[in-house]
Design a protein around this ligand. Structure first.
Ligand code: 1GP
Length: 256
């Protein structure tokens, strides 16, 4: 296990549920990204994820990440939409497979191409099962995924169990950037059947939603859109992070 994963697991064990900030290089330039990262660090977000579904090149990532690193000391984790989203300057990469995609490219093809680059750059890879639910958003179109409906909890649970049995070390329940957030009951159903940490993202902009997802068993809450939309990033993130910290019960037991 690499340093970044070790750090995330320690933070999760200590706090139950943590917050990560997502920056999409297609939406924020290097300067704004640095401003967001600085604010995120100040209010207790634990890492910066960088990536997007469309319009991201390695050159864009390189300059943005170098800027981020000057502005804050949080680890930078790549969240790749494709093979073009790999930068040697990141600290780690979510090495992900879109488990409910119907395209072999998004299940294993991109990983075959990207894995060689990850090795060449010496990046820490964190194996991540990525499941797209609900409306799915743009990511479901570009990854040729038929999102799993929220009301089909049995199906979502079956995918989650398969992810754990296949050896993935984290599960990402993705509602799609800017889409309807995943209902808390879906997270609590999944929590009951797996021990790997659960990451939840997509459309989370309200404190009450972040808090209820943390109470339902999410170990990581990701917000992206929010930091692109608000004027006062620090204030907006603080509200979300305070809600996570104040949640009734937080996260759930995770396997080490
Ligand atoms: C998107 O889950 C992330 O891949 C975050 O979603 O941009 O809607 O916060 P938002």
């Amino acid at each position: 296990m690499g340093k970044v994963e070790e750090y995330l697991r320690e933070e999760i064990e200590r706090e139950g549920c943590i917050h990560l900030t997502l920056i999409d290089p297609d939406k924020l330039n290097a300067e704004s990204a640095a401003r967001v990262a600085k604010a995120a660090e100040r209010v207790g977000s634990k890492a910066i994820m960088v990536g997007g579904s469309l319009g991201v090149t390695e050159g864009m990532l390189d300059s943005l990440i170098l800027n981020l690193k000057d502005a804050c000391s949080l680890p930078v984790i790549l969240f790749p939409g494709d093979v073009s989203n790999i930068s040697r300057y990141a600290d780690a990469i979510w090495f992900l497979s879109v488990l409910n995609s119907s395209s072999t490219y998004h299940l294993i093809g991109a990983q075959v191409k990207g894995g060689i680059i990850v090795r060449k750059y010496g990046l820490e890879a964190i194996p991540l099962a990525y499941l797209i639910l609900g409306e799915g958003g743009i990511v479901s179109y570009v990854s040729q995924t038929r999102p799993l409906p929220f009301e089909k909890a049995e199906l979502i649970k079956a995918y989650a169990i398969a992810a754990e049995l296949l050896g993935f070390r984290f599960l990402y329940l993705e509602g799609g950037s800017g889409s309807k957030p995943i209902p808390a009951n879906v997270v609590s159903e999944v929590r009951k059947c797996i021990n790997i940490p659960i990451i939840v993202g997509g459309g989370i902009k309200e404190a009450q939603i972040a808090g209820s997802l943390a109470s339902a068993g999410a170990n990581v809450i990701v917000t992206g859109n929010l930091v692109e939309e608000v004027r006062d990033v620090e204030k907006a993130l603080k509200v979300i992070i305070n809600a996570i910290k104040g949640a009734r019960s937080k996260g759930g037991p995770i396997s080490r």
